[in-house]
Design a protein around this ligand. Structure first.
Ligand code: BV8
Length: 227
């Protein structure tokens, strides 16, 4: 793959084998919650403590999980190709960075970061937020998880879109293609001449036919693809 510019979009499926639950493999609930109750600004306004506890639990759970062979393979790919590789993740876990990925965009934010609704600061954050700790920058007690909820603008869209338009190869790994704008990137890459590939446990009924589909668990098929 030398000299090729590659964009890799990852979703919850790449972290599934690390023990991080996916969103839609369950019975439509997300760890016992309806998405609209815990991943929307309205849900947060309705019951901030429930939302803070939901994210506090997921942040704490990160201490018990490790990157898997798929995360490590993507870090190797970047090691080999350098700035020709960009990983765009929808995941809010920190497994890509812990595996060594550096050219990485968390378009839906990060569990290990808070965001101050008062001053906009986005401090790295380890502890719980439910107790309304003070913002390290402004001192006010309006910290929320630095996670992009439904209806909120994802991060670094310009950087992502220019990489998608310029890439020669686009791979979607472990994502159901249910959430936009992420779900539209494969079609955008294809429209600009990239070769597109899907690596997923099961082929998804994506709205764009991928040039190549590889089915299987990410920890098996991603190292095979990279190496
Ligand atoms: C926005 C953070 C405006 C929270 C998340 C109607 C039509 C089209 C769009 C919309 C619409 N109504 C509203 C919208 C927009 C909306 C949207 O797309 N809604 C959907 C539901 C229709 N999008 C938004 O609101 C976004 N913002 O649009 O802003 C805008 C946009 C552009 C420009 C200007 C303004 C914000 C969306 C972000 C929401 N936040 N997460 C948190 O994590 O707590 S989304 C959440 O679900 C995840 O972050 C993830 O991104 C997303 C999708 O989940 P996946 O990662 O794909 O995981 P999933 O469980 O679905 O699938 C797992 C996959 O893995 C499966 O395919 C499975 O087969 C596979 N798998 C499982 N195990 C393995 C495996 N694969 C390999 N190996 C395995 N072992």
């Amino acid at each position: 793959m030398d000299g090729m510019r590659i964009v890799v979009l990852t979703g919850a499926g790449i972290s599934a084998e690390s023990g991080v639950p996916t969103f839609r493999d369950a019975d439509g609930l997300w760890e016992g919650h309806r998405v609209e109750d815990v991943a929307t600004p309205e849900g947060f306004a309705r019951d901030p403590d429930r939302v803070q506890r939901f994210y506090d639990e997921r942040r704490r759970a990160l201490a018990a999980v490790e990157p898997n062979a798929a995360h490590r393979a993507l870090a190797r790919l970047e090691g080999a190709l350098g700035d020709d590789v960009l990983v765009v993740t929808q995941n809010v876990d920190d497994l890509h960075e812990r595996a060594g990925s550096v050219n990485l965009v968390h378009m839906h934010g990060e569990l290990r970061r808070a965001r101050c609704a008062a001053c906009g600061a986005r401090p790295a954050w380890e502890g719980d937020l439910v107790g309304r700790p003070a913002c390290p920058a402004c001192g006010r007690r309006e910290l929320r998880p630095d996670v992009v909820w439904f209806g909120e603008l994802p991060y670094e869209l310009d950087r992502i879109e220019s990489a998608v338009l310029a890439c020669d190869a686009f791979a979607a790994i472990g994502t159901s293609g249910a959430v936009y704008p992420a779900a539209g990137y494969a079609a955008l890459a294809a429209a600009f001449g990239a070769r597109t590939m899907e690596l997923n446990l099961l082929p998804t009924a994506a709205d764009v036919p991928f040039d190549e589909v590889r089915a299987g668990p990410a920890s098996v098929i991603v190292p095979r693809w990279v190496d």
